[in-house]
Design a protein around this ligand. Structure first.
Ligand code: GLU
Length: 493
């Protein structure tokens, strides 16, 4: 804990080009923990690997945080701008005899390691540079041999209490003298992380369980530098449905992909919060229901109030896209209509269903389509597959259904309905409904004999919003055109 007993947590992404949903979950848990304790949430960009970092990549993370509603934080701090700072700590360790220069060529060492592993042998750096005599050292220096700095790992068992996993213990004999500063002067992750966590007064390090192996190394560094250690809480991994670590082999792993598919950030937050955490009452629904206009948004205040690290469970979480879709549908359905219309617009434009101009010109029609589709979409992106027929006539037909409804008898029925539809004026829902129902009844037809084929002919599919509303919005001309098109195609065969 830092001196002021203030809760200070951090999210420390390495810019990798995309924002992994696992990192988003880590960010969220840190954020909720900070809010719960009225503490601070700090963003630190771990960009010491200059070759792999770029402005663009950093933006991906910052945008992702903003999208999820976590846009207020201290920072961002950039490790790349704090190089001199790390060097001071490295120099101190060297001066205290707790670190030493290593002149070995990293490629040679990698080769040795590989060969040992190939023979099923363990390999650990043998401290050969620690025992270099003065003359050898001088020679290396004079020939400008690149040198890294290695931490001289002291021998003892490192034990700490992880808030999630309980006591974790590791013998330092298994840890080699790891590099803390590369030959190019850059600090490595473990060194920079310890120095920064200390400098930024971090009280709790909350991060993915994939870092459990780093923690003993970091504790050894805290001890060597005589710095106060933070508390540690490692978060269980997120696995794909096949129980292997969630990776690109599975569905989308980057937050941006979910955004592009039309998941609402609020549903995403609700879903991510439940990955290895559950509230006391097991009520997983965190939709804000305090006021009608809040529906479809997530109640961050309640989430933060209920969030404790003690309720994070040790079991790895499964990323279940079907559950996420279900949750997203609940959020979409409840969303304020105006908000839904706004959020859907980019997808309407992306698929060329309407343009900026027609969205203004045909605003009322757009609103009516939105009202029909809002309860049906699992993602906003589905508007193209599920509602394309409202806007375009190049939608796909359910071929099995088309086959089923284009037998001779049905074609004859549809031909008569075509004539009836041509005479419906005005072409409005009540009128359409009354006219078609009456016509069917008068001609001794069961509703199912004409309603299903009529839907398939005009929309290509067997399901969707109420048919008569749909027909009105498709418009009389288009309905006629579509029915005639199928009749012509099938009669020609
Ligand atoms: N840069 C590390 C990562 O992205 C941070 C790990 C940590 O939180 O200490 O995994």
């Amino acid at each position: 804990m830092n001196n002021q007993n203030e809760i200070r947590v951090r999210m420390a992404p390495s810019p990798t080009g995309f924002f992994h949903v696992g990192s988003a979950r880590t960010a969220l848990f840190n954020w909720l923990f900070a809010k719960h304790h009225k503490g601070k949430f700090i963003l630190r960009v771990e960009d010491t690997d200059v070759e792999r970092s770029s402005e663009e990549m950093i933006k991906v993370v910052l945008n992702g945080m903003a999208w999820l509603g976590m846009d207020r934080y201290e920072g961002p701090y950039y490790q790349s701008k704090r190089m001199d700072f790390y060097k001071k700590y490295v120099d101190k360790l060297i001066k205290d005899g707790k670190a030493y220069y290593c002149y070995c060529n990293p490629q040679d060492l990698a080769g040795e390691r590989k060969a040992a592993y190939a023979n099923k042998q363990d390999w650990k750096y043998d401290r050969r540079c620690l025992s270099l005599n003065a003359a050898d050292k001088k020679k290396k220096e004079e020939s400008n041999t690149p040198k890294a700095v290695r931490f001289l790992v002291p021998e003892h068992r490192v034990t700490y209490k992880d808030i999630v996993y309980g006591e974790i213990s590791r013998d330092s004999k298994d840890i080699e003298d790891f590099v803390i500063q590369r030959a190019n002067g850059m600090p490595t992750y473990n060194l920079a992380c310890v120095v920064d966590d200390h400098d930024m007064g971090i009280s709790h390090v909350i991060r993915g369980a994939d870092h459990i192996t780093n923690t003993p190394k970091q504790i050894l560094l805290y001890e060597a530098l005589n710095l106060q250690k933070p508390e540690f809480a490692h978060l269980p991994l997120i696995l794909g449905q096949d129980k292997s670590k969630l990776s690109k082999r599975h569905d989308a792993v980057s937050l941006d992909e979910y955004k592009e598919k039309g998941f609402l950030s609020d549903a995403m937050v609700n879903y991510l919060a439940l990955l290895s955490w559950s509230p006391g009452d097991n009520n997983e629904d965190f939709m804000d229901r305090k006021k009608p206009e809040n529906l479809g948004t997530v109640d961050m205040v309640r989430l933060a109030k209920e969030f404790t690290l003690e309720r994070v469970n040790k079991a790895n979480a499964i990323f279940d896209v079907t559950k996420l879709e279900w949750m997203n549908q609940q959020y979409i359905h409840q969303l304020n209509h105006d908000k839904f219309q706004e959020l859907l617009k980019p997808f309407i434009i992306k698929y060329g269903l309407m343009t900026e101009k027609t969205l203004i010109r045909d605003h009322q029609r757009y609103v009516e389509i939105c009202n029909l589709m809002q309860p049906r979409l699992k993602t906003l992106d589905e508007i193209n597959n599920q509602g394309r027929y409202f806007f375009k006539d190049d939608f796909d037909y359910d071929q099995t259904a088309l086959q089923k409804f284009t037998n001779k008898e049905t074609l004859t029925i549809m031909k008569t309905f075509l004539v009836v539809i041509q005479d419906i004026n005005p072409f409005e829902v009540m009128n359409i409904e009354m006219t078609l129902l009456n016509f069917g009844k008068d001609h001794g037809l069961k509703v199912k004999q004409w309603i299903h084929p009529l839907r398939v002919f005009t929309t290509g599919s067997t399901g969707g919003p109420p048919l008569f509303d749909t027909l009105e919005l498709i418009g009389k001309e288009q309905c006629i055109y579509r029915i005639e098109k199928i009749l012509k195609q099938k009669q020609e065969k």
